[in-house]
Design a protein around this ligand. Structure first.
Ligand code: SPQ
Length: 427
């Protein structure tokens, strides 16, 4: 599709779509808890619908009224053997977390997904789940989809030092640990998003986490809850950056989730000299607030180490931000970007170079020299929603040519109303 280019400024306010990570987990927790879970503000994006369909295939009754979703949970024991292999679509969160949930069910399930998901590494969950007693493997003894999972009612607890900084691996192991006989200890490589830990508490479970250490004793029963989902900071990030780099812009983003394990992008914007104001709401279950951004003069930054998991999904749009900052921005320790919906290090460098950015891929990140004037061109999302949205925001900086985006439909994976939102604040 031809992208909107040449923005004369973005003005107004936007209600950002709801959090994808919490939406997935709300359906999963509702399904394994006992009693009714009532979910408000669920994100009706493709990835989250994969989670709903998967849990329905496992026998869970889920009623979607549009504004509220009711999940009629019957505990872990309520899950039933599905009639056919279960489709995970494009969603890494669905397949990895669900594998942990299935660890305690003594029936065999086959999980498959699209071409992108079929290339993503699964040993990171298969190997620790095998240690707990699960018979789990990828196709032809590889780590790739389709996965076959045969759980056990006699799950062993796990003491595990994580090899990658991944909330999905941690969450899969926590779902399994909830069903194991005894205390599991998980040691993170770096602190990652903690929605699963927070929701175990919210659903009445017992979990202790401090720093990188998490302890949980199973088996545990959870109770259905009311869940109200805030806006997704990973979706807000595209408009935060747009507001900073498009001349004559000032945008207010309302009800954005501000869980501290997700707010690395705010720290980076402040370090770069971006004009950003964050107003937290008081008395909410999930920390959230408004974010106001304004066109700014930006300077380069180095991003590495413990902050990486706090902004892993925002790095693609931060790379675009860096093309409009003075100096050399260096992103390091972000090798996890290579195993997302696309190899985000390579796809970002390749597509932004086509528009004139000075961006070089490295083994574990990117080097970006700014400030550069972008030009028109033909680019592709590579089927990756976040790359597609970066390219649309980049196109707003192109004043004298067209930007054509191939595979723009990928954006619906996490942000189905992205183009409408952009039009709503365009002059
Ligand atoms: O679900 P999926 O496809 O893995 O989604 C992505 C995304 O960009 O939307 C990653 F490609 O987000 C992950 C995130 O990168 C969502 C997530 C979660 O909800 O637990 C955790 C992160 O992945 P990981 O592998 O670092 O744990």
């Amino acid at each position: 599709m031809k992208l909107k280019t040449n923005s004369k400024g973005l003005q107004g306010f936007l209600e950002i779509p709801k959090d994808k990570s919490i939406s997935h987990r709300s359906i999963m927790f509702g399904s394994i808890a006992e009693g009714v879970t009532e979910i408000h503000n669920f994100l009706h994006a493709k990835d989250c619908l994969s989670t709903i369909n998967a849990l329905k295939a496992l026998g869970v009754e889920i009623k979607d009224t549009g504004s509220i979703i009711y999940v009629y949970g019957k505990g872990f024991k309520g899950l039933k053997k599905p009639k056919a292999p279960v489709d995970m679509g494009n969603s890494g969160t669905t397949i990895r977390l669900l594998s942990g949930i299935l660890a305690g069910s003594d029936f065999k399930v086959t999980l498959f997904g699209d071409a992108s998901l079929s290339k993503r590494p699964m040993n990171r969950i298969l190997l620790p789940l095998q240690k707990m007693g699960v018979i789990a493997s990828g196709i032809n003894n590889t780590e790739f989809l389709p996965l076959s999972i045969l759980g056990t009612k006699n799950l062993k607890p796990l003491y595990y030092q994580m090899k990658v900084a991944s909330a999905q691996v941690k969450s899969a192991l926590l779902f399994a640990a909830l069903q194991a006989q005894g205390e599991s200890v998980i040691l993170e490589k770096e602190i990652t998003r903690n929605h699963t830990e927070e929701m175990i508490k919210q659903f009445g479970g017992q979990i202790h986490f401090q720093g990188k250490e998490i302890r949980l004793t199973g088996p545990q029963n959870l109770k259905g809850q009311k869940v109200v989902i805030p806006g997704d900071i990973s979706s807000a990030a595209f408009f935060m950056v747009a507001g900073l780099i498009i001349p004559n812009s000032k945008i207010k983003l309302t009800n954005v989730g501000l869980n501290e394990t997700r707010t690395g992008i705010i720290d980076v914007i402040k370090t770069m000299g971006g004009k950003i104001i964050v107003n937290s709401y008081k008395g909410q279950d999930q920390k959230s607030g408004d974010i106001v951004v304004e066109t700014s003069d930006l300077k380069a930054v180095e991003i590495s180490g413990a902050i990486i998991p706090r902004l892993i999904d925002e790095l693609p749009i931060i790379a675009l931000l860096a093309t409009q900052a003075q100096g050399v921005t260096v992103i390091k320790n972000a090798e996890e970007l290579k195993v997302k919906e696309s190899n985000r290090i390579d796809t970002l460098a390749c597509e932004l170079q086509k528009l004139g950015a000075d961006i070089t891929p490295t083994n574990d990140g990117l080097i970006i020299r700014g400030k550069t004037k972008l030009h028109g061109g033909k680019v592709s999302s590579h089927g990756d929603h976040r790359i597609g949205m970066v390219l649309q925001i980049a196109a707003l900086l192109v004043y004298d040519a067209q930007v054509k985006l191939e595979r723009s439909e990928a954006i619906a994976t996490s942000f189905p109303t992205f183009f409408e939102s952009l039009l709503a604040i365009s002059k």
